[in-house]
Design a protein around this ligand. Structure first.
Ligand code: SAJ
Length: 415
């Protein structure tokens, strides 16, 4: 079997490499020439444990080759981004262009699988876009068992950044066929590398189940974040409160933080809200609670500055962490980055940023007033310390170094 993977990002590249490691011939397709060239050299353009070794081996054995133009293969796995537009409306432009790009090379009997996280109905839209280019081919119909020329399914990815390679193989997988026959054929493909169960359903349930999984987590984090606001008002230590409440056999509260980041949990609930706004009140409120948390932290920083005996222009502030979660380099939708950038506009004499996983600051900071420094240097000078990400380095540091400083610990690691 020869398989194409369209989109060689955080999901597509590991999927392509894992398939290639199972002796499948894989063609990786990406619109970026830089990405294609990097992979064809056996290198990678993203940071993910174990991925470099896997890609190097796949390219060296000749099982993985990257290109910018789709070629005829037996199966096509579409793993392109699905961001939202300014008003939180899903942006399906990448799926549309992937569908239009593969349509010309489709042949009878091919399988097309959408892996991108998508609003309900997207798999059917993807079929329409392919049908527009290929009126000569028949596509399956949801709810009918008539066979068609092309097999189509939605099999959403569910892997955790930082553990992608292991979770791709071990996690259970939802296989949402447009028809039962589509689901069965897609299941055969995933069985090549998935050790978890491949659970068969239809494409609409598969689409919503992925959105529901991430919304479930978002709502639960919002509950923890709301508890942090309530506890602050009542003068209670939220970390102790949650630790004790979690000793109940049926209570398992997550951890509050500075907000919810990343390209999944902060995005996917909006796809449900967009499709059923009047019915998604809890999901919507959870998004608002989580999105409001950076503003609360900024207010705490303002208050901490007032508690010192210096003018704000004479104060040095250290922000520890920029990534969206611990021990990764990913800054996408990161509340820590957002807060650090806002701190840069508050008028402090000096802002020191510590982010052990990056080598240079991203755009959005006033370079004259901010330095990316080592932890020791920041702690030596800072009057105010804001812990934004629970990186291992920060957890392990000597807390005595914080004495005499105003400290805002948004993750409760020093509480
Ligand atoms: N967070 C908290 N408190 C917590 C847990 C997380 O504030 O108790 C914050 C994190 O700091 C981070 C954000 O939530 O800013 C999201 O982090 P995460 O580790 O919960 O999730 P992601 O975005 O890395 O990966 C999620 C996973 N989904 C679920 O766990 C339901 C993953 O399995 C999905 O495949 C991934 O989204 C995706 O690609 O959709």
């Amino acid at each position: 079997m020869k398989i194409s993977v369209i989109g060689l990002g955080y999901i597509g590249l590991p999927t392509a490499a894992v398939l290639a490691s199972r002796q499948v011939e894989v063609i990786g397709v990406d619109v970026s020439q830089h990405v294609v060239d990097t992979i064809n050299k056996g290198e990678i353009h993203i940071i993910e444990p174990e991925l470099d070794i896997l890609v190097r081996a796949a390219v060296q054995t000749g099982n993985l080759r990257a290109t910018t133009t789709p070629e005829p293969t037996d199966a096509f796995i579409v793993a392109v981004p699905t961001p939202f537009k300014g008003d939180y409306e899903p942006d399906l432009a990448y799926i549309k262009s992937a569908a239009k790009a593969i349509a010309p090379v489709l042949e009878k009997g091919n399988i097309v699988i959408l892996e991108s996280t998508s609003p309900v109905g997207t798999t059917e839209k993807m079929m329409q876009w392919m049908q527009e280019v290929r009126p000569d081919l028949t596509f399956p119909t949801l709810g009918s068992d008539d066979s068609a020329d092309i097999i189509v399914a939605h099999c959403p990815e569910r892997v955790l950044p930082g553990h992608v390679v292991r979770e791709l193989i071990e996690n259970d997988r939802i296989i949402g066929g447009v028809t039962t026959q589509c689901a069965e054929q897609a299941r055969e493909l995933y069985k090549i590398f998935v050790k978890g169960d491949c659970l068969v359903t239809n494409c609409r349930i598969a689409e919503l189940s992925k959105l529901v999984e991430n919304s479930f987590r978002d709502v639960n984090i919002a509950f923890a974040n709301e508890l942090s606001l309530i506890s602050d008002k009542l003068g209670i230590n939220v970390w102790e409160l949650i630790r004790l409440s979690n000793r109940h056999p049926r209570v398992n509260i997550l951890q509050p933080g500075p907000g919810v980041g990343g390209h999944c949990i902060a995005v996917d609930p909006w796809f449900i809200i967009d499709s059923a706004p009047d019915q998604s009140r809890l999901i919507h409120t959870a998004r608002m609670v989580n999105n409001g948390k950076p503003g609360f932290i900024l207010e705490k920083i303002r208050q901490a500055a007032e508690h010192t005996d210096k003018e704000i222009t004479d104060l040095t502030i250290a922000c520890l962490g920029l990534a969206f979660k611990p021990d990764i380099d990913d800054l996408r939708e990161s509340p820590a980055l957002d807060i650090a950038q806002q701190v840069g506009l508050m008028g402090f004499g000096k802002l020191m940023v510590v982010e052990p996983n990056i080598c240079e600051l991203p755009a959005g900071f006033d370079e004259a007033a901010v330095d990316l420094v080592e932890l020791d240097a920041a702690l030596a000078k800072a009057d105010v310390v804001v812990l934004l990400v629970d990186h291992a380095t920060f957890k392990a540091m000597d807390r005595a170094l914080l004495s005499g400083k105003q400290v805002i610990d948004t993750r409760g690691i020093w509480a």
